[in-house]
Design a binder for this molecule. Structure first.
Ligand code: GDL
Length: 455
């Protein structure tokens, strides 16, 4: 499975997040990983590359085009499909010939750089059109199909076997339920989009904890083709405090049979994507059951050499504990879960009931804090830079927690809260700022609902 070429399963990576696009060097490293692991597709779609979205009508300058040509070549050399995406939906006039011409011109420029595979993305745009387009097309879906079909047919002339991908405006179950894109949006796409065009889908949610085969199959019937999964499981552009280095999980192997591919749109920080992509590659090829945890442990073992430091070496055990703190969007890994559980118990109970809980917490926290110190000594500086803000924060929080637990143990019988303070967390310098204040105003419960908090 996972061979390149028309009609084949697409497995790989979308550079499709908000934020700073990856560097050329990172993309080359990505292609090496992909070639080594059997991932066959790279989709170029960085949201904040101005010419990908905001100024899609302009052509690339020579100095901008050159590195793109290098990417196309680098992919070809490694047997990876380079797919070039444009996102014109912010201000496209669907019936405007000049706009279609701009799209064709940009694709033409990419064809001249050797690119053979294209995508049009209509995610995260207003689901409305100007009056003229409404009159002409009746629905957003029909208008988008017209544009995509025209461009698809146009690319056939130069690239008859090229893949052509389409991202709908309603691209997950929740959006479809809310009727984003209008009545029968997806059914219209199914009817009107030419059969050779693949349609993206992120699952029941934008960030889907699970994507079942039944879910994909049901959607496939509406779209009249197997959906192509745009997987945001490891994306972190929506929460700057987190990253995700847990395994590819929550998708059964049977899913592979009912989709046309699995493409991951992962963490913004390229170096943090080793485990997410390594485990995706393993998932694509796995036979029998998928053991996500096992895949995670195997991938961490492979990742470990990149954690070489100028001092004390890092152990696999500690890397697992650390990785568990930044696991997946909907769950911490088991070791991080254990740490949180222990801490919660100590905070909830009187020290007389702690048993050896406090020393167990101290041991775990000490290992984590020590790991964070080791990270500052990493030889691979880009990896350290990708981690540094998060490990700083983690260390601060562990430190504070330990001090609190210590204080509580020394003041049994009192709640202690009012008199506990830390010289290292002075009011106004930590955990503050506008976003934190706003977060305290509306507190989210475990069930997802919000309640008023205390400012
Ligand atoms: C999205 C965006 C994507 C972004 C992701 C996570 C799609 C199709 N589009 O909705 O660019 O990185 O969420 O924030 O997923």
């Amino acid at each position: 499975m996972a061979q390149c070429g028309t009609g084949d399963f697409l497995a790989g990576v979308i550079e499709g997040f908000y934020g700073q696009p990856w560097s050329q060097a990172e993309r080359f490293e990505l292609f090496d990983w992909m070639a080594a692991w059997g991932l066959n597709t790279y989709l170029y779609a960085p949201k904040d590359d101005l010419k990908h979205r905001a100024v899609w009508r302009e052509l690339y300058s020579t100095s901008e085009a050159e590195p793109l040509g290098d990417l196309v070549r680098a992919c070809r050399q490694r047997d990876i499909l380079f797919i070039y995406a444009l996102s014109p939906g912010l201000d496209l006039h669907y019936g405007n010939e000049a706009d279609l011409e701009c799209l064709a011109k940009r694709f033409e420029q990419m064809l001249s750089l050797g690119c053979r595979h294209f995508a049009l993305l209509f995610d995260d745009i207003p689901d409305c059109m100007n009056a003229e387009d409404v009159k002409r097309w009746g629905s957003l879906a029909s208008a988008q199909c017209h544009v995509a079909n025209t461009l698809f047919q146009w690319t056939r002339a130069s690239s008859p076997d090229g893949r052509f991908l389409f991202c709908p405006t309603a691209y997950c179950g929740r959006m479809a339920e809310r009727k984003l894109g209008g009545e029968d949006y997806l059914a219209t796409l199914g009817r009107e989009l030419l059969p050779g065009i693949d349609v993206f889908w992120t699952g029941p949610e934008i960030i889907s904890r699970e994507i079942t085969a039944a879910h994909a199959k049901e959607l496939g019937a509406v779209l009249r083709r197997k959906p192509l999964i745009w997987d945001n499981l490891h994306a972190n552009d929506y929460d700057g405090r987190r990253f995700f280095c847990g395994p590819y999980a929550g998708r059964p192997p049977e899913l592979r049979g009912v989709v046309s591919g699995l493409l991951s749109n992962p963490n913004c920080e390229f170096p943090l994507n080793y485990v997410p992509l390594r485990t995706l590659a393993a998932f694509v090829r796995c036979e029998g059951n998928w053991d996500a945890r096992q895949a995670y442990l195997a991938a961490l073992q492979e990742w470990l050499p990149r954690f070489a430091t100028i001092g004390q070496p890092v152990t696999l055990e500690d890397l697992i504990l650390f990785g568990d703190c930044y696991y997946l969007p909907h769950e911490e890994g088991p070791e991080a879960e254990e740490l949180c559980g222990l801490a919660q118990t100590l905070l909830d109970r009187d020290p007389a009931e702690w048993g050896d809980g406090a020393s167990a917490l101290r041991r775990l926290a000490a290992r984590l804090r020590e790991f964070c110190v080791r990270m500052t000594e990493l030889r691979q500086r880009p990896l350290f830079h990708a981690l540094s803000r998060r490990i700083w924060e983690l260390r601060e929080e562990l430190d504070l927690l330990e001090r609190y637990v210590e204080f509580k143990s020394e003041h049994p019988g009192t709640s202690g809260d009012a008199s506990f303070n830390s010289d290292f967390h002075l009011a106004g310098t930590y955990r503050g700022g506008m976003a934190a204040r706003l977060q305290r105003l509306l507190v989210q419960q475990a069930n997802g609902t919000f309640r008023c908090g205390t400012a």
